[in-house]
Design a protein around this ligand. Sequence first.
Ligand SMILES: Cc1cc2nc3c(=O)[nH]c(=O)nc-3n(C[C@H](O)[C@H](O)[C@H](O)COP(=O)(O)OP(=O)(O)OC[C@H]3O[C@@H](n4cnc5c(N)ncnc54)[C@H](O)[C@@H]3O)c2cc1C
Length: 283
Amino acid sequence: MIIKNDEDLSTHTSFKIGGTAKVFYIPENRDELINLIKTMVANKTPFNVLGNGSNLLVEDKAVFCQPIILNKGALDYIKVCGSFVEAGSATDLRNFISKCVDANLKAFPELIGIPASIGGAIYMNAGIGSNKSCISDSLIEVEVFDGSSIFILKKYQCDFGYRSSVFQRNKKFVILSAKFGFQFQGKEVGHEIIKFRLASIGERSYFKHKSAGSIFSKHYSPILKLLRGVRLGGASFSKSDTNIILNLNHASYNDVRRLIVFARFLHFIMFKDCKLEIEIWKA
Ligand SMILES: Cc1cc2nc3c(=O)[nH]c(=O)nc-3n(C[C@H](O)[C@H](O)[C@H](O)COP(=O)(O)OP(=O)(O)OC[C@H]3O[C@@H](n4cnc5c(N)ncnc54)[C@H](O)[C@@H]3O)c2cc1C
């Protein structure tokens, strides 16, 4: 197990914003991860699991006393067995898709652009479009550890919705692995979709600059369209993409947070609903 003190969290988030973690754990195998979580739950120590860090706004100029566990090496594996695939939660979603497509499986190649670990993608039910395609589409079950026991949640027990899942309401549930079942599809077709998708997202502002993808999972588009290009400090709503905030020039947590507060205020005074998609971690 690698244990670091005073780890700079900005290096672990796609926004490149974040304070320091007093204790930062990187378990190197499954047993280390399980024992660490078991100890923390037994000691009633709250902790945060960090995947790829692509959906987070982390407070900066602050010290996080609660331990952060980076799920990186310990559960990074893919096992293909016919049309069924098991993946560890630390597996990079893009590697997962590429490997499955190579095995002639129709493994949502259109999600290739999403920077995520399998655990983070399941937690968020990551996907594209309003309801076009998401990771739960081909999911069979998820292996979970709650600090005392390891159990399986079938797909219907995960309560998936648009960018939501049961895991967002049960912070003690750590995703260990997941099983998927895919239809067969020639690898040429999958690779063609991947190529097309990568070409279409390549020019998007949120891939060119530091960001965390979409800010709100529910919003009123005319308001967010109005906010395009609105800038505060180093952070700005994208000029070309709606619902995106970019870290253009050493943006702080507060720069981004104030843009979010402003967008929420506009929704409030116009009696429109909005719901944050990104997660905010405060020390
Ligand atoms: C350029 C860019 C493009 C994006 N495009 C899309 C898109 O098209 N569609 C989309 O849906 N999203 C998109 N996103 C957002 C992001 O990629 C997804 O939300 C992704 O699922 C986050 O996964 P992660 O591993 O980075 O999770 P993190 O950001 O590390 O964590 C997010 C949450 O998941 C929890 N978590 C992580 N791993 C586990 C685990 N093993 N067990 C339990 N909880 C866990 C964390 O504790 C945290 O609460 C984009 C982001 C960027 C930066």
